[in-house]
Design a protein around this ligand. Structure first.
Ligand SMILES: *Cc1c(COP(=O)(O)O)cnc(C)c1O
Ligand SMILES: [Zn+2]
Length: 403
């Protein structure tokens, strides 16, 4: 009797993480997870993380995860950290999924939601990715981390580095919102303000990293930030009783969350956790002043062209070319999604509407998703009874010094 009970207990053999290896998204070559890796040295593409999902499918119970204390790390079986003592946490994840009843009514939508990521530590969803990346870096013995940033990623990296006892260096444009500069400095990071934008910062940080041995946690130039961000996809599925929404509208800079969530949906299918095989249509929103993804999507291209003279009030969207542009585009095509650019005036208008109608003071990037939604409803690309999720990726409070 006790023997059969034991066999039925799915958690008897559960491991902290089912991490298996890293795989290049360009050439398919695999790499071991016990060593520090950035991107593929052969073809310069992003490395993505693989898990032993077959074993996890047999041994991990999704409902047991739902009963754990809240937070991103309750999904540790599908996160890359092997020893729980290396999880560097500030309480990230498990953000609210709020129904937008008032705005939904105005737009004629019956199931409109926002995933409220501004309640993450450091006021943006960058906390998720940097929690994962800094934790894995700690596990691999990294002592100093460096990042080029449009703002929020720097603030988040600085905070997690402080908590992990690592040294932090940050390259930021000199017109980055003041809150991002101060939140980084107060936790002890060295902030270097540059005359340029994130693509210029990336070059300088990369050079510094090579010269002085810093570990560069630039978007998609290391494998693990996307793993933290993908948990947004797991949380959505859990919230909707293991079904996925019809449409996800995501403000896209480097694309970590979009690519991460799409990866999560595939993983959950392999884990047998989803009730249906229906996946969401993914929408990438960018600003009209920096719209490489909508431009490439419109042409059916595989890669983006570098966007020159990038400008927008949504600093997180001022990314002229993501290092993983081909992954963003691939996932948009695969999901039957779309890409859309919105003007800064529309972003500001949407920011006010979200605030007045729902009490949410969104970052401009988050507000951009509402601006895009309005256009997609007008185009009838979205139908009245579809389940639609917007992403408010950060708090409006962090941008108060900019007009
Ligand atoms: C970085 C950032 C984005 C873009 O996120 P990616 O995952 O890099 O595409 C959107 N909104 C805010 C507030 C950000 O800080
Ligand atoms: Zn490769």
């Amino acid at each position: 009797m006790s023997y059969s009970v034991k066999l039925k207990n799915k958690n008897t053999h559960a491991r902290t993480s089912y991490l298996s290896d890293l795989q290049c998204s360009g050439c398919g070559k695999t790499y071991q997870t016990g060593q520090i890796h950035t991107y593929c040295p052969d073809c310069q593409s992003t490395l993505l993380v693989n898990y032993d999902l077959n074993s996890a499918r047999a041994e991990v119970d999704r409902d047991e995860i739902s009963r754990r204390p809240r937070g991103m790390w309750r999904w540790h079986e599908v996160l890359p950290v092997l020893d729980p003592s290396n999880q560097v946490t500030l309480g990230e994840g498990d953000t609210a999924l709020l129904p937008l009843n008032s705005l939904g009514k105005t737009l004629g939508l019956t199931q409109l939601y926002v995933k409220e990521e501004s309640s993450n530590p450091t006021g943006s969803f960058k906390a998720r990715g940097l929690s994962a990346a800094v934790s894995k870096a700690k596990e691999l013995g990294v002592k100093k981390v460096i990042i080029p940033t449009a703002g929020n990623a720097g603030g988040a990296m600085a905070a997690y580095a402080a908590r992990a006892g690592m040294q932090a260096m940050i390259y930021m444009p000199n017109d980055t919102p003041h809150a991002n500069i101060e939140e980084s400095r107060i936790v002890g990071a060295e902030v270097i303000l540059i005359d340029g934008i994130i693509s210029d910062a990336a070059g300088m940080a990369g050079e510094k990293a090579r010269e002085e041995g810093w570990f560069d946690v630039s978007t998609f130039k290391e494998p693990y930030r996307a793993e933290g961000k993908k948990v947004m996809g797991y949380e959505l599925a859990e919230h909707f009783d293991w079904e996925l929404p019809d449409v996800i509208i995501y403000p896209t800079g480097g694309g970590t969350g979009l690519v991460g969530m799409w990866k999560a949906f595939k993983e959950m299918e392999e884990l047998g956790w989803l009730e249906t095989r229906k996946r969401p249509r993914m929408v990438a929103v960018q600003a009209a002043g920096c719209a490489p993804v909508p431009l490439a999507f419109g042409k059916g291209a595989e890669f983006c062209d570098f966007w020159t003279n990038a400008h927008t009030i949504a600093s997180g969207l001022r990314v002229p070319k993501s290092f993983a542009d081909h992954l963003i585009l691939r996932d948009l095509y695969e999901s039957n999604g779309t890409a859309i650019a919105v003007e800064d005036e529309e972003i500001i208008k949407a920011q006010h509407e979200l605030a007045r109608a729902e009490g949410i003071f969104a970052a401009p990037e988050g507000a951009a998703t509402l601006a895009a939604l309005k256009e997609l409803v007008e185009q009838k690309w979205i139908h009245p009874d579809e389940r639609v999720v917007l992403f408010n990726t950060g708090s409006g409070l962090k941008y108060l010094d900019k007009s």
